[in-house]
Design a protein around this ligand. Structure first.
Ligand code: HEM
Length: 82
């Protein structure tokens, strides 16, 4: 596959709502999680708290995400890199 496009953190921050598409980062990877909002086991409200920014501060609080299957789901939504 071709390399992922590069975006800045400022561009990621422009994607905070469903209308703009919801993007998050994890490490230097960028994900469009709009289509996962309704599927999130922890609810749409919680996942939207990370919209436009980094997942790490939230996942540090909710350790349930530190499992291989969670990262596998996330990587299915990758759209770019910082
Ligand atoms: C649970 C994925 C973001 C809060 C889960 C589970 C998955 C998941 C797969 C179920 C894990 C299991 O039980 O094995 C994701 C993905 C995220 C994301 C892919 C980002 C793209 C967040 C954020 C928060 C959050 C930002 C909090 C601000 C929770 C909570 C649960 C949960 C509280 C536990 C729900 C329960 O078992 O009652 N998430 N999550 N998640 N998530 Fe997330």
């Amino acid at each position: 596959r071709p390399p992922f496009p590069k975006y800045t953190r400022a561009e990621v921050a422009c994607h905070r709502s469903e209308a703009e598409r919801v993007w998050v980062t994890y490490g230097s990877d960028i994900f469009d999680i709009t289509d996962f909002l309704e599927l999130h086991p922890g609810g749409k409200g919680k996942i939207l708290l990370a919209a436009g920014g980094a997942l790490e501060p939230f996942w540090a609080l909710y350790a349930v995400h530190g499992q291989p299957h969670v990262l596998e789901i996330l990587h299915g939504y990758k759209v770019g890199e910082l």
